[in-house]
Ligand binder design. Structure first.
Ligand SMILES: *Cc1c(COP(=O)(O)O)cnc(C)c1O
Length: 481
């Protein structure tokens, strides 16, 4: 199946090559030239791994043996065989995406991506080693390190913003074992680190490197497609619970940063799944709220550090894919992205904005409203959610209150509350004591919610990666690896 770039200036490649390339040479993102025809009703009859196999092989038919790859990626890695359970909580349902090895939703995709890359490499007879470069706002880094650890033929280098991730997140990354992993802090924020990585790709484009550079960020199509599965799985869970009948539409509220998670929901809808509104929840970095409400994307603003750091983003890369999917106009997308780069903002045409607003609704939630939401959901429903999930919940409530939409609502839960124990403790009225590991125990004592075992084990793990560099040193750092 052929893929092309959202900016239209790169040659078409097959799906295996798109996974290997990550970013298209013209700086755009890969999408299928035509979306696959898909039997969604047959898909939801399958078990979770069966759904993943169907969806992945529909999008990536040039990668053989998908069933075996899916089994290898997921078997024994998650807390439950369902991978991503959907549980009732008060007026909503919560789709728990954090039951994997690193307790954040990125495990779903990053357990799969290494399998896809290795198989794509074999399919293309590509013998060059791959070097994965990734910037992380906290969760991607660890999930990628876990996924790629000791995968033959692939090395991985993760950059995170110095002081910009939680202590649990930092400890998860700097304690990473594996002969093929490098982790380094960058002085600056997440956008600095992400821009640094993009610049390395640009600088190396015409260099003869001994390795092939690729990315684990959600710009890689192999990262996006595995995320479609859990929308199908959630729909199936609501069917099994008797909450809906086949064909009923379901709304999804998604705590959003880079726009990958929510875009997977839109792709699920394009495959036929009866998805109603997709609700884009932001934190105080509400650039997407403004965009979806006005059609103006404006990154010329300060980045706020919030209690939901994985959503502290000014440039949401995957939005570019949505603009292309809805407009079908790569020249327009190239123009808008160029304008974003040079002038810091762009405005989409009125007709495109209307299309976006038909599918998406957006609002945001600051830290204090997030904390109030965590406390209320805990008190009223006995459900403990993390700071990211809280924004999804709060914005879902805003949506229902403002529109009166009665369709069932699924709130995507993107992290375990134990990844952000200090903020969650403060929200439920406890004074956090000691370091983050004491706080895990304290939160457990206060709520009796089980601690994910991989987080509990962190305290005694040695710190193996101590580097801190400036953002303009990133290229040299990578070339010296
Ligand atoms: C990455 C992440 C998000 C944002 O997901 P995107 O796909 O980047 O929009 C939200 N919550 C958590 C906990 C995350 O790790």
């Amino acid at each position: 199946m052929q893929y092309h770039s959202t900016r239209g200036l790169s040659p078409e490649v097959d799906s295996a090559q798109a996974v290997l390339n990550g970013l298209a040479p013209d700086g755009g993102l890969y999408l299928p030239c035509t979306l696959p025809a898909f039997a969604w009703k047959a898909c939801i009859q399958k078990d979770t791994l069966g759904m993943a196999e169907k969806i992945l092989s529909a999008f990536l038919p040039d990668i053989p043996d998908m069933g075996a790859l899916v089994k290898k990626a997921y078997t024994g890695k998650f807390e439950t065989e369902a991978l991503t359970p959907t549980v009732p909580a008060g007026r909503f349902h919560v789709l728990e995406l954090f039951r994997g090895p690193t307790a954040a939703f990125k495990d779903v995709a990053l357990s799969m991506l290494p399998q896809l890359m290795t198989a794509a490499k074999a399919a293309k007879n590509d013998t060059k080693d791959i070097l994965i470069l990734t910037a992380t706002s906290g969760d991607t880094g660890k999930a990628a390190l876990e996924g790629f650890q000791d995968v033959p033929g692939i090395r991985i280098c993760v950059f995170y913003p110095h002081g910009g991730v939680s202590d649990v997140q930092r400890r998860q990354m700097v304690s990473q074992e594996g002969s093929n992993v490098t982790v380094c802090a960058v002085r600056g924020n997440f956008d600095d680190a992400q821009t640094g990585v993009k610049n390395i790709f640009t600088a190396c484009r015409d260099k003869e490197l001994p390795v092939r550079l690729s990315s684990a960020n959600s710009i890689n199509i192999g990262r996006l497609v595995p995320q479609i599965t859990y929308y199908f799985k959630a729909y199936r869970d609501l069917l099994d619970a008797g909450r809906i009948t086949l064909g009923d539409e379901v709304n999804f509220s998604v705590p959003t940063g880079n726009f990958g998670d929510i875009l997977a929901g839109y792709l699920a809808k394009m495959l036929g799944l009866p998805v109603g509104k997709l609700i884009c929840a932001s934190n105080a970095n509400n650039v997407l709220t403004d965009f979806i409400r006005t059609g103006v994307y404006d990154r010329r603003r300060e980045l706020h550090k919030t209690d939901s750091p994985s959503m502290d983003i000014l440039v949401s890369s995957n939005l570019e894919r949505l603009l292309y999917l809805m407009s079908g106009d790569s020249a327009l997308v190239a123009k808008l992205m160029n304008q974003l780069n040079t002038q810091g903002y762009y405005q989409v045409p009125e007709a495109l904005l209307e299309e976006i607003q038909k599918q998406f609704w957006a609002f945001w939630c600051d830290d204090s409203k997030g904390a109030e939401t965590i406390a209320r959901v805990w008190k009223e429903n006995g459900y403990l959610c993390d700071t990211h999930t809280a924004s999804g919940w709060a914005v879902a409530e805003d949506y229902v209150n403002q529109t009166g939409d009665t369709r069932p609502m699924v709130v995507l839960s993107t992290a375990s509350p134990y990844k952000f124990p200090a903020a969650v403790l403060a929200a439920i009225g406890e004074t956090a004591k000691g370091d983050e590991f004491d706080q895990l125990e304290q939160l457990h004592g206060a709520t009796c919610v089980p601690i994910p075992k991989n987080l509990a084990a962190l305290r005694t793990k040695p710190e193996l990666h101590k580097g801190v560099i400036d953002k303009d040193e990133m290229l040299d750092y990578v070339l010296a690896l």
